[in-house]
Design a protein around this ligand. Structure first.
Ligand code: NDP
Length: 308
C-alpha cells in the first residue's frame, strides 16, 4: 500500500511512518519543510520514502491508496488570539487541501481511504458526563475547532472511506500535547510550592491513549473497511486527573502531586493547559465494538512503559 501522511514529522506521525515503513509500505511524507523531514527520516534509514513539500502533494496523493491527515499547529502553547486563529486555520487549511486533492484525483488512481485526526475536545468539557461517538459537540473554543476540522474532512467524496479519529491526550516519550517528562518536570516544583495551599479539585477527567495504541488504531483504520465514521481514539479506562497524577507519582516513586491550583498550572503550561485542566470522560465505544486490541488499557501500565 502507498500512504501519504500530513503531520508525518510530528509526535504521532513519526511513529506511524516508522511503522508503515517497517511493514514495507510506501510512504509519502507531506510536509511544509523538506529539510526538517529529511532529518527525521534520513534516506539511509528510510530508503524509498518520498518527502514532498506542498507543490509535490498532488502527485503523492494521486499515487496513494490512502491518506492520513495529522497536520496542525500544536495546541500545547500559550494561546494568544493569533495563535488560536492559527490552531484552527492550520487544521482547516491542510485538511481542505488534502480533501480537494483527493476529490480532484482521477478515478482509478485516487486514494480510497482518508484517516483524519480530530480530538476529544469535540465534546467540550464535563466532570460528570460520559461521551461516546454519538454524543453532541460542546460549545467551547476547542469544540468549535474540532467541528470545523471534521466538517472540512467530511467534504471528501462519498466513495472515499473516511475515518475521523477523535484523539485523546496521547501519552508517550518526547512530545505530544502532554510530554510526560515535561509534565513531570513542571509539576514537581509546583507540588512542592502548593502542597497544603489552596487546591484545585483533581476531579477533571483525563481521556488518554498510549502512543502505540493510537498508531495501531490509525494503522488498522487504513486497511480495515469496518473502520469508518467517527472513532474515539482513547483508552478504555479514562481516569480523573488526581488518579493520573497518583499513578505518575507511584511510577516515579514520588508522592502524588495534585492538587495544585488551576492558576498555577495555567501559569506554567499556558492556556493550552485546558486539555489537562478541563477534561472530559470519553469512552472508545466504536473501537471496542470493532474489537480493537488495546495494548495499554490502564494508565498505570501505559506510564510504566513510557517511564521505564
Ligand atoms: P505534532 O504537533 O507533533 O505534529 C503536527 C504536525 O503538523 C507537525 O509535525 C507539522 O508538520 C504540522 N504543523 C505544525 N504546525 C503547522 C501549521 N501551522 N500549519 C500546518 N501544519 C503544521 O502533533 P501530534 O503528532 O501530537 O498530533 C497529530 C494530530 O493529532 C494533530 O492535529 C493534533 O491536534 C491531533 N491530536 C493530538 C493529540 C496528542 O495528544 N498528541 C491529542 C488530540 C489530537 P510539518 O512541519 O512536517 O508540516
Amino acid at each position: 500500500m502507498t500512504v501519504s501522511v500530513t503531520g508525518a514529522t510530528g509526535f504521532i506521525g513519526t511513529r506511524l511512518v516508522q511503522r508503515l515503513h517497517a511493514d514495507n509500505h510506501n510512504v509519502c511524507v507531506l510536509t511544509r519543510s523538506k529539510s526538517k523531514a529529511e532529518t527525521i527520516f534520513p534516506v539511509k534509514n528510510f530508503p524509498g520514502i518520498v518527502i514532498a513539500e506542498e507543490a509535490g502533494w498532488k502527485d503523492c496523493i494521486e499515487g496513494s491508496n490512502a491518506v492520513v491527515n495529522l497536520a496542525g499547529m500544536p495546541i500545547s502553547t500559550r494561546w494568544s488570539p493569533e495563535i488560536k486563529k492559527e490552531i484552527k486555520e492550520s487544521r482547516i487549511r491542510v485538511t481542505s487541501k488534502v480533501v480537494d486533492l483527493i476529490n480532484s484525483s482521477p478515478q482509478g488512481v485516487r486514494p480510497t481511504v482518508l484517516v483524519s485526526a480530530t480530538a476529544v475536545g469535540y465534546y467540550g468539557t464535563s466532570e460528570t458526563q460520559v461521551f461516546n461517538e454519538n454524543s453532541p459537540s460542546g460549545n467551547d473554543y476547542l469544540a468549535e475547532v474540532c467541528r470545523e476540522w471534521e466538517g472540512t474532512a467530511l467534504k471528501v467524496d462519498k466513495d472515499v472511506r473516511l475515518a475521523l479519529i477523535r484523539i485523546g491526550v496521547v501519552l508517550g516519550k518526547d512530545g505530544g500535547a502532554l510530554d510526560i517528562f515535561t509534565f513531570a518536570a513542571k509539576m514537581i516544583p509546583l507540588f512542592m510550592m502548593f502542597a497544603g495551599g489552596p487546591l484545585g479539585s483533581g476531579q477533571q477527567w483525563f481521556s488518554w491513549i498510549h502512543l502505540d495504541d493510537i498508531v495501531n488504531l490509525i494503522y488498522e483504520a487504513l486497511s480495515n473497511p469496518s473502520y469508518k465514521g467517527v472513532i474515539n481514539g482513547t483508552a478504555p479506562n479514562p481516569v480523573r486527573l488526581s488518579e493520573m497524577c497518583n499513578q505518575l507519582g507511584n511510577v516515579l516513586g514520588r508522592p502524588s502531586w495534585l492538587p495544585v491550583p488551576d492558576f498555577a498550572l495555567k501559569a506554567v503550561l499556558g492556556e493550552g493547559a485546558s486539555v489537562v485542566l478541563e477534561g472530559q470522560k470519553v469512552v472508545p465505544a466504536k473501537a471496542k465494538e470493532l474489537g480493537f486490541p488495546f495494548k495499554y488499557p490502564y494508565v498505570k501500565d501505559a506510564l510504566k512503559s513510557i517511564l521505564s
